[in-house]
Design a protein around this ligand. Sequence first.
Ligand code: MN
Length: 268
Amino acid sequence: MSRPLILVTNDDGILAPGLAALAEAVQDLGEVLVCAPETERSGSSHAITLHSHLRTDEIKPGWFRVNGTPVDCVYLGSLHLCARRPDLVVSGVNPGFNLGSDVFYSGTVGGAAEGYIRGASAIAVSVHARESPRVAIPIVRTLAKVLLASSQRSLLNVNIPWLSREAPGRAADTVAEGLPLQVTRLGARPYVEQVERRQDPRGQAYFWIGGPPRDAGEKQGEDTWAVLHGQISVTPLVLDITAPALSPWQSMLEHVSVASTSAGGEPT
Ligand code: MN
């Protein structure tokens, strides 16, 4: 088999330290191409740029900067910048968890999911906000090797707790060595709901939305519980969000047909 092709991206921008750590993690596992947004695009989810131009430039050999989202980077990377479709897409290392419903907002997960849609296995990697992204290096290497050796294509969401808090003085990239990987489901991830209204210097209102995470009632087996208990969380994701059971809706809609919108409405 020829050397695997690995595409590295993130949502924090081409200069983010997490991107360099991620590229370092996979550098000798195959041919590596880095393609990342020129500015931070955290929270960009699965956004794609369809109504304006994209530009890319190679800022150093194998490192491409794009004026778009993580999804733009993976699309352009997979279909144009890479000589062939990548075998593996890695996205991160995001400073701050992407747990539970965060996966719907996360640009880190969006980039990985796009890689999966374009035919690669993919890993989204996030660490505790106060952790060095370098703790992810041996974890990413381990999972990358597993995925590259597997015939099954997979999409993994990985969250790494603040491991170096327990290992003061140790080099960040060795802290995770020997630790187990916990396979989890997405947990609940509630946030304080808030809309902050402020005034700009010209007297116009502006808003800042979203509050901090709040207590989730974490359950064992969920990603939120795992990181709270110091475990490395690995959540396999699928992209089909259809409800697992259709029968309740089939019964509910069985005798319903689409109502008329003509004037008069309901018969009296
Ligand atoms: Mn981010």
